[in-house]
Design a protein around this ligand. Structure first.
Ligand code: DC
Length: 210
């Protein structure tokens, strides 16, 4: 099925390691639309802050090279991203780019924390993907181990909880389900089952708005 209506935005929000990244990639592939992992924007700013750059300056001068830099997936950069993401000037510097991407011709999937609530409340589809902290920590632990990082499951769980609390309790654009979002709990779902469910949700909405 193709998404005939254009623009057609699929907003996918949720906490770290909920499966939203994989689901978003697969949705983009299935429906042949562009995909933006908005966490990368915050990671790129967080990485530059660790290198001593003022985070607001970094957000205002972000380049494509910053988004392709090495080391954006490390736990240190993830924590730093979560810190810079609580600064309202950082967030506002990144809004226009994300909004333009969301409404581009041909359709788009964006995944993050505030896509359905702030960036694109008019999105045709809003998904809130979640899973228990323990399940998410286990997934992230395996990914980091596979990537050669020296981590423990307890450490990753503590990191996940710390980031959840910071992302959900911040004043600007806190992580929460958007109005009208479909909740998808992936705790006990395989990746294939979670992706299949997300595709069903999008297809149903695409039929409604056609
Ligand atoms: O999705 P991620 O783990 O790559 O995101 C890294 C951090 O960036 C996350 O802890 C919170 C922040 N973030 C955000 O505040 N808003 C977004 N739309 C995406 C990410």
């Amino acid at each position: 099925m193709s998404l005939a209506q254009s623009p057609f935005t699929i907003a996918v929000d949720g906490p770290a390691a909920s499966g939203k990244g994989t689901i978003s990639k697969e949705l983009a592939r299935h429906f042949d639309v562009a995909h933006l992992d908005t966490g990368l924007l915050y990671r790129a700013v967080g990485r530059r802050m660790l290198a001593g750059v003022d985070p607001v300056d970094a957000a205002q001068s972000l380049t494509v090279d910053d988004l392709q830099a090495d080391g954006l997936r490390t736990p240190e950069v993830a924590q730093s991203a979560s810190r810079v993401a609580a600064i309202s000037e950082v967030r506002s510097a990144l809004v226009d780019f994300q909004r333009a991407f969301a409404r581009r011709a041909g359709g788009a999937v964006l995944d993050g924390r505030d896509i359905g609530t702030v960036i694109c409340p008019e999105a045709e589809v809003k998904l809130f993907v979640t899973a228990s902290a323990e399940v998410r920590a286990e997934r992230r632990f395996r990914e980091l181990l596979a990537g050669g990082h020296d981590v423990t499951l307890e450490g990753v769980l503590a990191d996940v909880r710390e980031r959840d609390a910071r992302d959900s309790e911040r004043v600007v654009a806190p992580l929460k389900p958007a109005e009208g979002a479909v909740l998808l709990d992936t705790s006990t779902l395989s990746i294939d089952a979670a992706v299949a469910r997300a595709i069903e949700v999008v297809e149903a909405r695409a039929r409604d708005v056609a």
